[in-house]
Design a protein around this ligand. Structure first.
Ligand code: DX5
Ligand code: ZN
Length: 224
């Protein structure tokens, strides 16, 4: 398995031809697809739900898909997305009254469980939950929109979480979401990220998807 993974956030893709966009970025070399679900309550934006995942799976999109739930209610969506073939489901602590129960629900349906931490969310949530998590997603922008600027104070948070993960025997992926570009990806990687979730830098570039991914891989390869 590769050490550093690239996830393409479809929030920035052309939804008129979503299936093709996904196949194109996979062919360009991304490792997985990041599927942002927003309900206009938890965040001030409205995106896609289970129906879209259902269409993708029906149309032969077999790749790994991570569901990032940015919704006020999550438990029914966890079940729906899991049944439709989600690989990982990532939730925010603010969305659940009983976080342990929601994380267990994800696991019981056979998906990997992730916890997403907004820029201002405390790491304390990890204290009693980390043993159940397969991944931790650090938001490096406030959730809701693509194309925002990476918040520089998040480097410290990435470094702190890396240290916490390293103390555990279990493999837990550290994902970073928001504002990643070709100029800051090296610093983010050096801080300890395993997975780079990339939206506008990939889908809104004038360069081809394969050129962007090649440039990113080159940057990541120079870290060791
Ligand atoms: C923001 C989403 C991100 C976003 C990333 O709420 O969770 O996945 O789409 O897009 P960029 O890379 O443009 O910040
Ligand atoms: Zn996301």
């Amino acid at each position: 398995m590769k050490n550093k993974l690239i996830a393409a956030s479809i929030l920035s893709a052309n939804f008129a031809c979503l299936g093709k966009e996904i196949n194109d970025v996979l062919e360009a070399g991304v490792d997985k697809i990041h599927f942002d679900v927003m309900d206009n309550h938890y965040v001030p934006n409205l995106t896609v739900g289970p129906l879209v995942l259902k269409s993708l799976r029906k149309n032969n999109i077999k790749c790994e898909i991570d569901i990032h739930l940015m919704t006020k209610k999550i438990d029914n969506l966890i079940i729906n997305f899991a049944k439709l073939g989600a690989n990982s489901i990532i939730i925010h602590p603010e969305s659940s009254k009983h976080l342990d129960r929601s994380i267990s629900l994800i696991k019981n349906y056979g998906c990997k469980a992730g916890l997403a931490l907004n820029p201002s969310t405390s790491l304390n949530y990890l204290d009693y939950l980390i043993h159940k998590l397969d991944l931790i997603l650090v938001m490096s922008v406030n959730p809701g929109f693509e194309g925002q600027k990476f918040l520089n104070y998040i480097y410290k948070k990435i470094i702190q979480i890396r240290k916490i993960i390293n103390k555990k025997k279990k493999k837990i992926l550290l994902e970073v979401d928001g504002g990643i570009n070709i100029d800051n990806i090296t610093n983010i990687a050096v801080s300890g990220a395993d997975v780079f979730i990339i939206g506008s830098t990939l889908f809104k570039s004038k360069l081809s998807y394969s050129k962007i991914i090649k440039d990113i891989r080159l940057k990541l390869s120079k870290i060791y």
